[in-house]
Each structure stands twice: as structure tokens, then as C-alpha cells.
Design a protein around this ligand. Structure first.
Ligand code: UTP
Length: 409
């Protein structure tokens, strides 16, 4: 079977023949590219649309005790010693999740290239490197940094780091890799074309980071350095501490598979996922899954028990990650605005959501692990996600918090 026949067979199997609608108008090169895309993409994902209609069933949710700031204070010296020793010994690496499209921020560039400076240039990537450098300076040794990108932003991200000389971070300690892509489809599960010869695709969520590290080969570098713990973190939280010794120390000393930074919720209804147990295993319950009773349930001290929100900053034990990724992560179906071609072959940019993308999420990895320590951090020190241009979780509160923490912006 040649490439074209193989493509047709796959499209027939998945009932997606519409993807060849403009085949006759394409030149040989464009046809080849389209057949390659058909071969590479996982079309079975479209079945998730049907599953979504059935809804996702959660197990029995119970509280999971967090290590609170007062607990951390009480053990500070010991935590610090264990943490800084692990960093000095090269056992900790950092993984920056920067493969997202940052659509809400509304910039064509990767989110990390956003300049949040007021009186001077200060890029989000730069803020994160500066935060990491605080620990590097404290420990006296560099921490290998692995940056996840996607097909859509690999070049612009790597070019930017090159142009800015990695903001001072040495080349031999930065590694870029790409995550997988997933097809996008309409509400009936029909995969969309973005151009007559190009299938609409998007990054497949942040949950595939470890598998992508493996596939891309950077896991060999992780092993070469002798890293035992990986601190993964989101690109958009400009204030967060990365690989901070107390967090590392707590996760090691409490002998858990994962450490998860959490912040106390601003109010019972704040829209963040909170740490919990689900059928006795660590998990995250989304704000919309919390019942009214659960939102207000208190412990013997009168403290709310579902009160610690995750901030996408986790420390994973490397040897358990291999086992976690062998168990399959679910795909989430997310409604999005997806550019598509109309019947005349013209690309249309819709004003409102017109279809679905498929994403795996880091938070589902938590439930696959045996244990997880929710580790409280000071909200005003570490939580300022820059998701939107204005309003909640936007550039402005991010800048305010940076200033509050002594960063000149
Ligand atoms: P968000 O959920 O905020 O998504 O990602 P996003 O793509 O950055 O932004 P929107 O929703 O389009 O506005 C949380 C973190 O996960 C990373 C992001 O880069 C960010 O650090 N991420 C997200 C990936 O690395 N890959 C993805 O496929 C999605």
C-alpha cells in the first residue's frame, strides 16, 4: 500500500474521509504533508466526544491533610538541609511546561515571551529564570532545566532564548523538547481542516510531559545528570519559587511520590482545584465538583478541609514516574474556537467555540501515584498566574505581586 492508500484506509476506519475534500487542489508536496499528518495523528481521540456526554465519574472524595505553613516553620531547618543537599548533589531538575497556546493572553508569541515589565523589559521567561537563579546561587550549582514546547512554538521559543542568551542560564543546562499534538474536531467528532491541505491540530495538554521527555530523548539527559526529582511548573506563574529547598526537603522527608505546592483558597468558591483523596488515593477535586457541604466542611480546628488549591507546581519522584506513565491518562475534551476551512477552501476564524480539542492534564497524574504531599506556600509570595490580558489572573495582579516581592519591573 502506498502512502495515499494507507491514508484512505485510516480515514475510512475512523470515518474521516472529509479530510481529503480538497486533495485534488493540492500540489504533490502538500499532498505528501497531508498524508504524513494523517499517518501521525491519533484519530481514536474523537471517540472521547461520545464519552464526554456520559460524564466523568469521580470516586469517593475525602480530605487530604496539607503540610501547612506552621508545620513547615516548625521543621524548617531539617527540611532546608535535606532539600539544599539534594540540589547540591544534582538530584533535582526543573521542567518548564511551555507548550500551551496561551490563547487567553491573546498574543501570537509564546506566553513566556510576554513582556510584563513597566519601566524596563521583563519577560515571563526571564522572571522564571531569575527565580531559578535564586536557588542556583544559594546552592552554588546549576539545576538542569527542561523546557516543553510544541510544534507551534518550538522555533519561536528557542530563537527567543538564543537571542536573549538564555537570560544568563548556561546552554549546557537548558534542554528544549516538543510535546505531542492532537487533532481538533467539530461537535460531531469530525476532524477539521485548518487549511485545504492541513489538519487542525493543537498541543495535547500538559499531562503528556513525561512521555514527551521520553520520546524526545531528553530523558537520557535527566538520567545522565543523575536527577532523582523533577519539579514541573507552569510558564505563567511569575512569582513561583522553583526547586526551592524547603519544598524539596519536605517531599523527600515525608517519603511521598509527589510534592504539590498549594495555596489556601481565597474563599470556599474560588475556582481552583483542591487536593483531596479519591477512593483513598491522592487526587484533585475541581471547584465545580465540590458540593456546597464539602466547600464548607471543617475539621476539629474549624478549618475548611477542602481548602488547598493546586498551583501547577509539583515535584515528582523520577523512579515512580515511569510507572505512572505506563497507566494511561484520560483525555479531556475542551471546547475551543478552532480555525477551519469553509466549503470554498477559505480559512474561517470563528468568534465563538465551534469544536473540541483533546488534552491530557498533569492533575490526572496525581491520582495515579500512591502518595502526594500538599505543601502550603504563601499565596502573596508565590501565586500570580498570568492567564489573561486584563482582569482576574492577568498581567496587572502579576506585576503587583512581583513588586510586592521586591522585583523591579
Ligand atoms: P493553561 O491551561 O493555562 O493553557 O496551561 P495555555 O495553553 O497556556 O493557555 P490558554 O488556555 O490557551 O489561554 C497551564 C500550563 O500548562 C502548559 C502551559 O504552557 C502552561 O504552563 N501547557 C498547556 C502545555 O505545556 N501544553 C499544553 O498542551 C497545554
Amino acid at each position: 500500500m502506498d502512502k495515499r492508500q494507507k491514508a484512505i484506509k485510516k480515514l475510512e476506519d475512523y470515518n474521516q474521509l472529509q479530510l481529503l475534500k480538497f486533495e485534488d487542489s493540492l500540489d504533490d508536496d502538500a499532498k505528501e504533508k497531508l498524508y504524513n499528518q494523517i499517518e501521525a495523528l491519533d484519530f481514536s481521540l474523537t471517540a472521547e466526544i461520545e464519552k464526554r456526554k456520559e460524564g466523568v465519574k469521580k470516586g469517593v472524595i475525602t480530605p487530604l491533610k496539607a503540610m501547612e505553613i506552621s508545620d513547615i516553620e516548625a521543621e524548617k531547618e531539617e527540611l532546608y538541609k535535606v532539600g539544599i543537599d539534594a540540589i547540591k548533589a544534582g538530584k533535582v531538575g526543573a521542567v518548564l511546561l511551555a507548550g500551551g497556546m496561551g490563547t487567553r493572553l491573546g498574543s501570537d508569541n509564546p506566553k513566556g515571551m510576554y513582556n510584563i515589565g513597566v519601566t524596563k523589559e521583563l519577560y515571563i521567561f526571564e522572571c522564571l529564570i531569575n527565580n531559578l537563579m535564586d536557588v542556583v546561587n544559594e546552592a552554588g550549582s546549576y539545576i538542569p532545566l527542561f523546557v516543553m514546547t510544541s510544534d507551534l512554538n518550538y522555533e519561536s521559543t528557542t530563537d527567543f532564548f538564543k537571542e536573549k542568551k538564555n537570560f544568563g542560564y548556561p546552554d549546557e543546562y537548558i534542554f528544549f523538547f516538543k510535546q505531542e499534538m492532537a487533532p481538533a474536531c467539530d461537535y460531531d467528532g469530525k476532524i477539521l481542516l485548518e487549511e485545504p491541505g492541513k489538519i487542525a491540530v493543537s498541543p495535547n495538554g500538559n499531562g503528556g510531559w513525561f512521555l514527551s521527555m521520553k520520546k524526545s530523548g531528553v530523558l537520557n539527559d535527566v538520567k545522565r545528570f543523575g536527577i532523582e526529582w523533577l519539579n514541573i511548573f507552569a510558564v505563567d506563574n511569575v512569582c513561583q519559587r522553583i526547586c526551592d529547598p524547603l519544598f524539596v526537603g519536605a517531599t523527600i522527608l515525608k517519603n511521598v511520590s509527589i510534592g504539590s505546592k498549594v495555596v489556601r483558597k481565597a474563599d470556599p468558591y474560588e475556582k481552583v482545584g483542591v487536593m483531596c483523596l479519591e477512593d483513598g488515593k491522592p487526587s484533585i477535586v475541581e471547584y465545580y465538583e465540590l458540593t456546597e457541604d464539602m466547600a464548607h466542611e471543617v475539621d476539629e480546628r474549624g478549618e475548611r478541609v477542602y481548602n488547598f488549591g493546586v498551583i501547577l507546581n509539583y515535584l515528582f519522584r523520577l523512579d515512580e514516574l515511569e510507572e505512572i506513565v505506563d497507566k494511561s491518562l484520560p483525555y479531556h475534551v475542551v471546547e475551543k474556537k478552532i480555525p477551519y476551512v469553509d466549503e470554498h477552501g477559505k480559512t474561517v476564524k470563528p468568534e465563538s467555540p465551534n469544536g473540541c480539542k483533546f488534552e491530557q492534564l498533569v492533575l490526572d497524574m496525581i491520582h495515579l501515584a500512591d502518595s502526594c504531599l500538599p505543601y502550603e506556600v504563601v499565596r502573596d509570595r508565590e501565586f500570580a498566574p498570568v492567564k489573561n490580558k486584563t482582569g482576574v489572573d492577568s498581567v496587572e495582579p502579576g506585576s503587583v505581586l512581583l513588586k510586592k516581592n521586591g522585583v523591579e519591573i
